[in-house]
Design a protein around this ligand. Structure first.
Ligand code: FAD
Length: 305
């Protein structure tokens, strides 16, 4: 119930405007958001990669409704990638991209064209792009864009949300040689007609998907903080005789940082998803929805400001 309410609130434009324009620097927000500028992002990337972790950078600014904002987001990604390339970080840091940030909501062709530009900039910086998965209504279009992009940029990453009833099917289609696939549980509100709504069912779907990806020929990117799933992943690497270079774990900046370092110290590849930028509201609300316990700290920090 609370999760649903927080996800509904994450779509409220009114709340978003109030929250994002407030001079807000609360600790709870800063726990999940790495800063506001490219400098902040580069700084955090340098720190994490220095500790042996990999990074995926997400420029906040989803759900764009006009061409100028979409263009501003593309320009920002290109600048970020130039910065990563110049710093020689391309081998350890990629970018994550939401198609809704670059036009998907109002012009599907523009979104594809913009994604191509960002993929081109990523290639010049010797790195890659993963296309995040968003609302369930956009899944088919997003997978189509990934397929289209992969003609020219085969290393573009796809995302499968385990809460979708079709997730296993998506994994089977994507488990081919060279295919980078992030598996996550799914962070949006989705109706029972298309998604599992019971947590246990989502977890079971995640395991089925992981089995398909780990037995397949692609490069699985296991995005979860769930200790049980991480344990099963570890068993699957043995079962499928996968060495550490053939898959990676992924976790969010600010969530279970000790576990990120523990896995990396064991020799696993661990990528930290680092979101930054001024438009933090929707991303942050989804993090609250995942763990409503965070809400208490957030409310306290609002009262205290
Ligand atoms: P959960 O059962 O939610 O959590 C397991 C445990 O992890 C919890 O008990 C808690 O200890 C810890 N934990 C989890 N979340 C939090 C939190 N917010 N704060 C504090 N502790 C927490 N979703 C999409 O829909 N599309 C995407 O493209 C996408 N990309 C992602 C990329 C990465 C790298 C990651 C890690 C997640 C991504 N997600 C995406 C979000 C994902 O779908 C889940 O909502 C999120 O990861 C929480 O699920 P979980 O697997 O960690 O399991």
């Amino acid at each position: 119930m609370l999760r649903q309410a927080l996800l509904v609130a994450s779509r409220s434009d009114g709340a978003r405007k109030v929250m994002e324009t407030a001079p807000f620097t609360g600790d709870v927000v800063r726990r999940f958001i790495a800063g506001e500028t490219i400098e902040d992002a580069a700084h955090v990337t340098g720190e994490l990669t220095g500790e042996g972790l990999l990074v995926s950078l997400d420029v906040l600014g989803e759900d764009t409704h006009d061409k100028d904002r979409a263009e501003a987001n593309v320009t920002h990604y290109v600048e970020l990638l130039e910065r990563l390339g110049a710093a020689g970080l391309g081998a350890r840091a990629e970018v994550s991209l939401k198609l809704s940030a670059i036009g998907q909501t109002f012009d599907a062709d523009l979104a594809l064209e913009n994604a191509r530009r960002i993929c081109g900039a990523a290639r010049s910086a010797s790195t890659t792009v993963t296309i995040d998965m968003e609302e369930h209504t956009t899944v088919d279009h997003t997978l189509g864009v990934v397929q289209e992009l992969r003609r020219d940029f085969p290393d573009v990453g796809a995302v499968v949300q385990a809460y979708l009833r079709r997730a296993e099917e998506h994994c089977a289609e994507l488990a081919y040689e060279g295919s980078r696939v992030r598996l996550c549980k799914g962070a949006y509100a989705a109706p029972a007609a298309v998604a599992f709504t019971d947590k246990e069912e989502v977890d079971r779907s995640y395991v089925r998907c992981m089995k398909v990806l780990m037995a397949g020929k692609g490069y699985p990117m296991l995005a979860t903080h769930d200790p049980r799933l991480i344990e099963i992943a570890s068993a699957l690497t043995v079962l499928n005789e996968r060495d550490a270079g053939t898959f990676e774990y992924q976790m969010l900046y600010g969530v279970r940082p000790e576990e990120q370092r523990r896995l990396a110290a064991q020799g696993a590849q661990v990528r930290v998803y680092v979101a930054y930028g001024r438009e933090w509201y929707q991303y942050f609300m989804r993090r609250l929805a995942e763990r409503p316990a965070n809400l208490r700290f957030f409310m306290r920090s609002l009262v205290g400001r």
